[in-house]
Design a protein around this ligand. Structure first.
Ligand SMILES: C[S@@+](CC[C@H](N)C(=O)[O-])C[C@H]1O[C@@H](n2cnc3c(N)ncnc32)[C@H](O)[C@@H]1O
Length: 230
């Protein structure tokens, strides 16, 4: 089942983007899930929307004016730059070096364009959740799956259906490949931090994330690290 973000989550990220990004003619949503946020953003800005998600449940399609592509961003290639890149809660899923990811992002952002992303913080609460996930991962079996699913039903009682909770199961074993300190590296690539905030988590099993906007400072010319998609 593809990732379907909660309404509260899509709304919060959407409002954050509207507050900080004035215009966009082209939008790339990395890890777009069901594409709902991308559809809303494309409509709001009157932009060409391209969404990419690794989930095999997504077949390449154009829905309500946006192009949804089922592919792995790590290997996806398209020689196009976007005014707005959205990466909601996804960069920490990308198992590649920070340098390769930076080169890829810089190859996709248009001069003066914005990247809005969320990455987990390394605060005490997250450290605790991640330690718990590591432990669960080492014990993973039908019993732990069942226990997590039952806990999920309690936590989300009345707020989510069975399919939603089952889709989230894999995330409870997931340990991020990167954290918010990745943001410091973006500065060296010609990207300026415009704003950042802490995105509240939706449940105690989720991670607190840094939500940030970075803008390419190389207006009119390609960004410093732009090598095109790799
Ligand atoms: C936690 S969900 C976030 C979904 C949405 N961006 C949001 O903000 O609600 C992470 C999404 O990233 C996708 N994803 C994970 N690894 C990916 C990759 N290598 N390339 C593209 N999408 C990926 C997953 O399939 C999932 O839909």
């Amino acid at each position: 089942m593809p990732f379907v973000a909660s309404h509260a989550r899509v709304g919060a990220l959407e409002n954050f983007i509207y507050r900080h990004v004035d215009s966009a003619r082209t939008i790339l949503d990395i890890g777009c899930g069901d594409g709902e946020l991308l559809r809303r953003l494309s409509l709001h800005y009157g932009a060409q929307g391209v969404g990419i998600d690794i989930d095999p449940a997504w077949r390449s399609a154009r829905v309500d004016g946006v192009e949804l592509i089922a592919a792995d961003y790590r290997t996806w290639e398209r020689p196009q730059r976007f005014d707005l890149i959205v990466a909601g809660s996804v960069l920490h899923f990308l198992d590649m070096t920070d340098e390769a990811l930076l080169a890829k992002l810089c190859g996709h952002i248009a001069p003066g364009g914005s990247i809005v992303y969320e990455l987990p913080l390394q605060n005490i609460s997250n450290r605790f959740v991640i330690a718990a996930r590591r432990l669960l991962r080492s014990l993973r079996g039908p019993l732990s799956d069942k226990a997590i699913t039952m806990a999920g039903r309690l936590i989300y009682a009345g707020k989510a259906d069975r399919a939603f909770i089952e889709e989230r199961l894999g995330y409870m074993y997931f340990v991020p490949f990167r954290y918010a300190d990745f943001s410091a590296k973006l500065e060296k690539s010609g990207l300026r931090l415009v704003t950042e905030t802490v995105a509240p988590r939706q449940s105690i099993a989720e991670l607190y994330a840094q939500r940030a906007v970075r803008v390419s400072t190389r207006a009119g010319t390609p960004t410093a690290n732009a090598r095109g998609p790799i």
